[in-house]
Each structure stands twice: as structure tokens, then as C-alpha cells.
Design a protein around this ligand. Structure first.
Ligand code: GLN
Length: 486
């Protein structure tokens, strides 16, 4: 087996026991990128030189006999909206084409301290706005399971890279599903942590009350390892929570007896893809066999979730993206007559159509006279949606749903109809509106061989419970062993 095919925990054993070196591993991953990148285009930047230097440092550490972190020497990919000191961070936008951050995001700093190797920056929808990675200014990413299909989005590059063994694991960001939905489309594990669990410092902001950074990995154990290393409070992010980080890896092995699973009626709707429905129902049955109990729960405000999200997210985006004006941030358009023209030309040339659409929608929702009708009302509905979940979590420990209504769709299938695209987020966005954690993991394949995602949601800061349920299910099934034929 090629080294790039292993998981973090398997490679950690090999590195510790001197069966391989980080240098050898990093070279295998770079070779794999070389072999598949022309077909999947998962990366915006491959940092081969940096990775080899970091691998050398990791090997020195490994040889020194000092205690070794589970991530030491492991090649990780980073979504291109995570600031990396000295490495271009574009958010897949022309406006940030030449942006080289002078600092590392907190999560990047934490991974560096643990000795991880950075293999490159991954493609995404521009400013994380999208569900298919088709909104990248740098071109499409293909789904490794079927090159004519989208890898999901917005962290599509991270998910495709993990699925294709073009990295060992990756980080993404999730504002309305951008880790979980691509994880589902590409057959990998992806976790959106509780709001405040992971510092957002150095994550280029899309919608600050919804954004979280999280892992995309080949299995649940790797997800727990990465979560442990990136979680925890940070003085640079006032919304990061001072809640102790649990030993996620140590808590994976508990059995499921006594676990109460909620099945929300509103998430099993008519018109849903029958193969998805079947796979998710089977997964629930498997969890019942492992000792869990299921009951129906009600989330009656689900039908307002998409409308609420697309008002709040666009409002916050319109404000966050004001900084790209050619002065504070962004490549400045030249030549221009005066300041106003400079602003206009800079933003006109720098942003793609979806980003412009969102800035316009958000500006409208926040403008005088409309603020009460849209933004304020959406905030009120946000509370109603949260109340639904609070009630449900009085009765159950986790809530299980599909991650997405269908498997990966075809490239171009939804680009002409933004509303169709927005509707594909129906099962993921409430989690961000409410701020709770949720994981997506493979639970089967369609007849045409496309992965199907299972979503497990938990109470705030109950990542350990979510990962434990996911791990028990994973160990009882074989889905993780299937690889795309690339
Ligand atoms: N698809 C959603 C959107 O376009 C979610 C994106 C995300 O989570 N970053 O807003």
C-alpha cells in the first residue's frame, strides 16, 4: 500500500516505530498529488518545498526520542481561507490573488506546534459561498468518485484531496454545511464543531456568527485527533469558549447502550432521494443493534431554516466583505480617476457573481426600512429554531439525519439556479444557526457508486458524544474501506 493511503493514527504508529519517515511519507503524498491533481484539481497552491522542510524537522524530532504528538510528521492540507504566514491565501477569489498573510490562523499555529506538515492550500467556493466549489475563481474541483460530478462545497478541495489520498487529512470551514456536505459527497468524515469550540482567528470571515473551522479525515479516529489539537479557547478570538477540551480519542470506545437517538420527522421528507433515505435508515438500524434507542423528535421550524440562513449569512457577509476595497485589502484596480471609481472597479473586477449576489442581498436585508422586515425577523426565527433543538435535546443525546438530500450532483447541474443550489443545504444549515456540533460520515453508496453521508448532531460542546456514536457506527460497518478508482 502506498503511504498516502494510510490514516493519521496508522502513520503515527509507523513513524514512532521508525517503519517510515515523515520525509518518505511527504514525498509519497506529493507524488500522489502529482498523479491525480490534473484530474481533480483539489489545490490552489501546493507547498512542496515547505512541506519537505517541515518533514525534515519532524524527522529530526522523531529521531531525538522526545515525546511525539499524533500529528508530528503528518501531511495536512488547509482550506485556502485559513491564513498561513508567508503562503498565499486567496479564498479562491481574484481580489485576494496576491494576498500573503503576515500571520498564521490559530489552528494553523496549533498544528505547527504539534509538528504537522503543510502540503498545500485547497480549492473552495469563493469566500466559502457555495455548495459545489464551482464558485472558485481558479476553476472546478472534480469529485474523485466521478470526475463529472461536484465534490460538494465550499470545502470541496479539502474533501476531494482527502478522498483521493492527496493529503492525509485536511481542515475546512463550515458556515452552513461546508465541511459536512463535501465530506458526504466525497465519502470522508467531516466535523463542524460547536460555535466557539475552535478559534476563528485567522479564518477569513464569511458570516462571523456561523463560521467554524473543522477537520476532514479518512476516519473518525483521525477526526478526533485533529479536533483535540485545534480546539480550545484563544485570546485572539473573543467568541472562542473557555470550555475544557475533552479527550476525544480516549472517549471513542464507549458502547452505545443507553444512547438516545432522535429522528426528526421534518428531515425525512417526500421527494428525498430514495437511496439516501434507505442508507440512512439502515444506519439507524445498525446503531440500534449496537444498543442505542431511537425516538422521533420534532424540529418544526426547519422549513424556515434556509430563508433565515440566507438572510443572516448574506447580511454578515456584506459587512465582512466591505474591507476588500483596494485600500485595506484586495488587489486594486488601476488606473482609476478618483476614489469612488477605484472602489467600484476593484470590487467589480475582484469578486465573482455569487459573492456579488450575496453582498447585494445582505446589503438589502440590512438597509434602513428593510432591516426590521428581514434581518431582525431572521434573528427572531433563529431563536425559534434554537428552541426546537433545545427541546429535542432534552429527550435525546444525538440527532441523526442525512447530510444532504442527494449524492453528488453533476457539474453545472445547479449553477444556473442559485435557489436550487441553496436548497441543497437544507439538512446542514440549522446546525450553524443553532451553533451545535455535527459530523458527517459515509453510510453507503448509490447504485452508481457515489458516497452517501450520514449526519450526527449533538448538544453544544458534546463533540465527544457525537464522535463516540460515529466511531461505534464506523467500526460496525465497512464503508471507510472503499476507495475511489482514480
Ligand atoms: N452552501 C452554503 C452557502 O453557500 C454553506 C457554505 C459554507 O458553509 N461556507 O452559504
Amino acid at each position: 500500500m502506498n503511504l498516502a493511503q494510510f490514516t493519521i493514527h496508522e502513520l503515527h504508529e509507523q513513524l514512532k516505530n521508525r517503519k517510515t519517515t515523515s520525509g518518505e511519507l511527504t514525498r509519497s503524498v506529493l507524488q500522489r498529488i502529482e498523479a491525480v491533481e490534473s484530474r481533480i484539481h483539489a489545490f490552489t497552491t501546493v507547498t512542496a518545498e515547505l512541506a519537505l522542510a517541515q518533514a525534515e524537522a519532524a524527522d529530526r524530532w522523531l529521531r531525538s526520542g522526545r515525546p511525539v504528538h499524533p500529528l508530528t510528521g503528518i501531511p495536512i492540507a488547509l482550506k485556502d481561507n485559513l491564513c498561513t504566514k508567508g503562503v498565499r491565501t486567496t479564498c479562491a477569489s481574484r481580489i485576494l490573488e496576491n494576498f500573503v498573510p503576515p500571520y498564521d490562523a490559530t489552528v494553523v499555529g496549533r498544528l505547527k506546534e504539534s509538528g504537522a506538515v503543510f502540503i498545500g492550500k485547497t480549492n473552495m467556493d469563493e469566500f466559502a459561498m457555495g455548495s459545489s466549489t464551482e464558485n472558485s475563481a481558479w476553476g472546478l474541483t472534480a469529485n474523485p468518485w466521478d470526475l463529472n460530478r461536484i465534490p460538494g462545497g465550499s470545502s470541496g478541495g479539502s474533501a476531494a484531496a482527502v478522498a483521493a489520498d492527496a493529503c492525509i487529512a485536511a481542515l475546512g470551514s463550515d458556515t452552513g454545511g461546508s465541511i459536512r456536505q463535501p465530506a458526504a459527497m466525497c465519502g470522508v468524515v467531516g466535523l463542524k464543531p460547536t460555535y466557539g469550540r475552535v478559534s476563528r482567528y485567522g479564518l477569513v470571515a464569511f458570516a462571523s456568527s456561523l463560521d467554524q473551522i473543522g477537520p476532514l479525515t479518512k476516519d473518525v479516529t483521525d477526526c478526533a485527533i485533529l479536533m483535540k489539537s485545534i480546539s480550545g479557547s484563544d485570546s485572539f478570538d473573543s467568541t472562542s469558549a473557555d470550555v475544557p477540551v475533552e479527550n476525544y480519542t480516549g472517549l471513542l470506545n464507549r458502547d452505545l447502550s443507553g444512547l438516545q437517538i432522535g429522528i426528526p420527522k421534518e428531515y425525512f421528507i417526500d421527494g428525498m432521494d430514495p437511496e439516501v433515505l434507505h442508507a440512512v435508515k439502515e444506519a439507524v438500524r445498525t446503531m440500534e443493534k449496537l444498543g442505542a434507542k431511537t425516538r422521533e423528535v420534532l424540529l418544526p421550524h426547519t422549513e424556515y431554516a434556509i430563508a433565515t440562513y440566507y438572510i443572516l449569512a448574506t447580511a454578515e457577509a456584506s459587512s465582512n466583505l466591505a474591507r476588500y476595497d483596494g485600500v485595506k485589502y484586495g488587489s486594486r484596480a488601476k488606473p482609476t480617476k478618483d476614489l469612488l471609481e477605484m472602489y467600484m472597479k476593484t470590487r467589480q473586477a475582484g469578486f465573482g457573481p455569487e459573492v456579488k449576489r450575496r453582498i447585494m442581498l445582505g446589503t438589502y436585508a440590512l438597509s434602513s426600512g428593510y432591516y426590521d422586515a428581514y434581518y431582525r425577523k431572521a434573528q427572531c426565527v433563529r431563536t425559534l429554531i434554537k428552541n426546537d433543538f433545545d427541546e429535542a435535546f432534552k429527550q435525546v443525546d444525538v440527532i441523526v439525519t442525512p447530510t444532504a438530500p442527494s449524492a453528488a450532483f453533476k457539474i453545472g447541474e445547479k449553477t444556473k439556479d442559485p435557489l436550487q443550489m441553496y436548497l441543497s443545504d437544507i439538512f446542514t444549515i440549522s446546525v450553524n444557526i443553532v451553533g451545535i456540533p455535527a459530523v458527517s460520515m459515509p453510510c453507503g453508496f448509490t447504485q452508481t457508486g457515489l458516497p452517501i453521508g450520514l449526519q450526527i448532531m449533538g448538544r453544544p460542546f458534546a463533540e465527544a458524544t457525537v464522535l463516540n456514536a460515529a466511531y461505534a457506527y464506523e467500526q460496525a460497518t465497512e464503508w471507510r474501506k472503499k476507495k475511489p478508482n482514480l
